[in-house]
Write a protein that binds this ligand. Sequence first.
Ligand code: ZN
Length: 313
Amino acid sequence: MTVCGRFAPTPSGRIHLGNILCAMLSWLSVRSKNGRYLLRIEDLDAMRCPRSLADLIEDDLKWFGIDWDDGGSAGGDPWYQSCRTAIYDRYFDVLKDKGLLYPCFCSRAELHTAQAPHRSDGTYIYAGTCRNLTPEQIAEKSKRRPPAWRVRVPEREMSFTDGCQGVYTENLAHDCGDFIIRRSDGVYGYQLAVVVDDGLMGVTEVVRGSDLLNSTPRQMYLYEQLGFAIPQFYHMPLLTAPDGRRLSKRDGDLDLGVLREKFGRPELIVGMLAKAAGLRPTAQPVQLSDLVADFSWDKIPKQDIALPEEILQ
Ligand SMILES: [Zn+2]
């Protein structure tokens, strides 16, 4: 079977160095296996994600040396999550027909005050307030506000071997809890959209930041319930600022717009990232395509990576 990977950016800002490292590793992983590479735009929150920003991301990726076989603006609407609502509706109904979904009427304030335990990442585990409402209660509450929808998870251990982080195990009920799949404003959650898209697009490997490691058991449960094959996951280390903080879009001085102007040539940035990620012994300038032949996940560290000093100078 041909390997198929993808990059799936959210165009709510210019791409930053952490995103480009993710694109770089996912592209190298696929190209080193002669696989297919896709570009999908994750603009579920369409108001915050204008097409103009998605176009800028494409331009940044091409400049960096990343190409794709399908998707992006050339592929048109099917590659933008904001245009895929009818598809998500269909799979939402599959889960609903299986009795796996229920409406949740809890307000944000109620969720915060509920005595719910917290996950290690600080998010709460749903206490199950709306899990067993009667049809009468649902009808009554529906008059006041539209519900969000949650997936009912079983008491079950989910385990997988991550290509970068090794074995990861979570008990769905204890460590995760029933999770939101559609918000009360009708916008689908990331968990459903990403599983449906990767499933339908034939994606066989998913590379993303280690901050998403603990959403994987939930997604595996959805893959199973929707009848899709579960891809191989690689949760890569994140880039950290000199003070140890993980990089985010707030670090505007590290977005590709600024870096392109500062360094001029992509080979300089590729070289620095290749050294930081363990792919090269030095930060010598190099073209991205020259890293394909020697690429191996064995070289990539599990722990977060400190920002290359050269970038900050
Ligand atoms: Zn609720």
